[in-house]
Design a protein around this ligand. Structure first.
Ligand SMILES: Cc1ncc(C[n+]2csc(CCOP(=O)(O)OP(=O)(O)O)c2C)c(N)n1
Ligand SMILES: [Mg+2]
Length: 561
């Protein structure tokens, strides 16, 4: 702690507040607008990851927020840097990820002249953050940073953007550091927990759906214990798969794109749905068809840390304003009914999940992604982290891989492309001892593929898988459905991705047959370098269940009828 009579530059004060609040990693693209901050990093105990594009840097910060529940931190320069960072901010906003983006800003005395690269942080980021501000007064740096940490994590977590005028950062001030922040955890009341227990006692077909952010191992373990004692069916929301152990006898599957139809039917028939942590957005709610809006057909218990979120879309039978940590802990205090009428249903739900995911489906072409994810689930250590962006390739990952630990899947619920490479860099920076995979589509990868250079720069032996089908497959799938045989704007001519890896100083290998994958994976691991495994996927293999030709035929037949 600095005594108030000592002076530091505002930039030094800022970095000291980050360190005292537990920040060990920052992700950045440099700018002349915040040189003082870069200088303060120089001799302080903080690890800097310098990136190739701000979109990647912001996604890295989002990944840190997802994995740790504490704000990931990113620094970028004004106009072009800040706008490049926007995809990461939008992800953090939609995904409820705690994150803080600092933007080097023009000097205060030239503001609003549209000075060089000037950007109005409040106007540009106001609609996609919990708070967008600028620090005008150097003495208020500790106050604003403290508020940013509380805001990013409190209630429904999300991103905060803070503009830092360059001249303000240079000012010397005598200020005290703020005390270390601890996230505020909303707790359920005893009345609500009693009502929840009553609702469970009255239920015949209950199901829990877990989602949202800022879970902990303890909360997840408590949920496992509770589900075991009550013999309850538990599903996970879209891209929240690691919130529950898939091999726990209560696990019923996840609500993603292309979900198990038996799970959807089960939720539609449930007489009690306990939505714990998430907001059941458009994807997990299957286009808002799972629960009626605004008044669900069934009893809905909505557990959420933010009062603003409860009742926003669904009118709940019972509202519990609590975060997952305190809610899960409170579940230990509930006693199961003497006679549990839904036992057989829960057993059936878990059997349905296992049957849906056990064996890969047949696929056209030499590479079967299902078989590859089954091999990976049997081979990788339980704490391996898989990162991905958006594209149909992810359907096989979601369905056939099994996430056995919390935060082992880092992927945007906003389904933003280009996330798999930067988030894997962030995870390997945080957890160098763990296996980290970046899983991408061909379109997806090249949105932030330049961050492979960051992996090489910091010698991060990430294994990157690129599922190359020569197209923006997801959009082609929708296109064939709606405009059959009229391919437009969805084809891709790709580089040799294994040569790309070598050109950057990494290891590259191309795989054209499923049976060659294990050897390629071993070679990638043995190289000790960042690696790319270029998978040549048949464009016909569009989902685990259908082919492109099948979708086209179906659409043409519909047109003829
Ligand atoms: C940043 C961003 N841009 C556009 C989209 C719309 N989009 C969703 S999936 C997709 C195609 C993904 O293609 P690819 O990565 O090759 O995966 P595939 O579907 O072929 O497996 C597109 C363009 C998006 N989700 N995110
Ligand atoms: Mg593709």
């Amino acid at each position: 702690m600095y005594a108030p009579e000592k002076t530091r530059t505002a930039a030094e004060v800022l970095v000291d507040q980050l360190i005292s609040n537990g920040v060990r990693h920052v992700f950045c693209v440099p700018g002349e607008s915040y040189l003082g901050v870069l200088d303060a990093f120089h001799d302080r105990d903080i690890t800097v990851t310098v990136c190739r594009q701000e979109g990647g840097a912001a996604m890295m910060a989002d990944a840190v927020g997802k994995a740790t529940g504490r704000p990931g931190v990113c620094f970028v320069t004004r106009g072009p840097g800040a706008t490049n960072a926007m995809p990461g901010i939008h992800i953090a906003d939609q995904d409820s990820t705690p994150m803080i983006l600092f933007v080097g800003q023009v000097d205060r005395h030239v503001r609003e002249r549209e000075a060089f690269q000037e950007i109005d942080c409040r106007a540009v980021f106001g609609g996609v953050t919990k708070w967008a501000t600028e620090i005008d007064d150097a003495t208020r740096v500790p106050e604003v940073v403290s508020r940013a940490f509380h805001t990013a994590t409190g209630g429904r977590p999300g991103p905060v953007v803070i503009g830092l005028p360059a001249d303000m950062l240079k000012e010397r001030v005598a200020v005290a550091d703020v005390p270390v922040f601890e996230p505020v955890e909303a707790s359920p009341g005893t009345t609500e927990m009693t009502r929840l227990r009553d609702a469970l006692v009255e239920a015949k077909r209950p199901i829990f759906i877990l989602g949202g952010s800022r879970w902990t191992d303890e909360a997840r373990d408590a949920m496992h214990r509770f589900a075991g004692r009550f013999h309850l069916a538990v599903a996970t929301s879209y891209r929240r798969l690691p919130l529950f152990d898939p091999l726990h006898p209560s696990y019923a599957g996840d609500l993603g794109l292309g979900p198990n139809p038996k799970l959807i039917a089960r939720i539609k028939k449930a007489d009690l749905v306990v939505l714990c942590g998430g907001r059941l957005g458009e994807i997990p709610s299957q286009g808002y068809t799972l629960l009626d809006v605004p008044a669900p057909h069934t009893r809905l218990v909505h557990v959420h840390p933010s009062a603003e979120e409860i009742g926003r879309v669904y009118h709940p039978y019972l509202a519990i304003q609590s975060g997952p940590i305190r809610f899960a802990a409170a579940l230990d205090g509930l006693e199961p009914p003497a006679d549990i009428p839904w036992r057989a249903q829960t057993d059936a739900a878990h059997a349905d999940y296992l049957a849906w995911t056990e064996t890969p489906t047949d696929q056209p072409g030499g590479v079967n992604l299902g078989a590859i994810f089954v091999w990976l689930r049997e081979t990788l250590p339980a704490d391996a982290i898989l990162c991905n962006g958006a594209g149909n390739y992810a359907a096989w990952l979601h369905r056939f891989y099994r996430f056995r630990r919390l935060a082992t899947h880092i992927a945007p619920t906003s389904a933003s492309m280009g996330y798999g490479m930067p988030s894997a860099v962030a995870m390997k920076r945080l957890y160098p001892e763990r296996t980290v995979l970046s899983v991408n589509g061909d379109g997806d990868f090249l949105m932030n593929g330049q961050e492979f250079a960051t992996a090489v720069q910091y010698e991060l032996p990430i294994i990157t898988i690129i599922c190359d089908n020569g197209m923006y497959g997801t959009i082609r799938m929708h296109q064939e459905r709606e405009f059959p045989e009229r391919v437009s704007g969805t084809e891709l001519k790709n580089p040799d991705f294994s040569a790309y890896a070598r050109a950057f100083g990494g290891f590259g290998v191309t795989v054209e047959r499923t049976e060659d994958f294990p050897a390629a994976f071993s070679a990638a691991e043995a190289s000790g370098k960042p690696a790319i495994i270029h998978l040549k996927v048949d464009p016909e293999a569009i989902t685990p269940a259908t082919t492109l030709a099948g979708i086209r035929e179906h659409a043409l037949a519909r047109g003829r009828s």
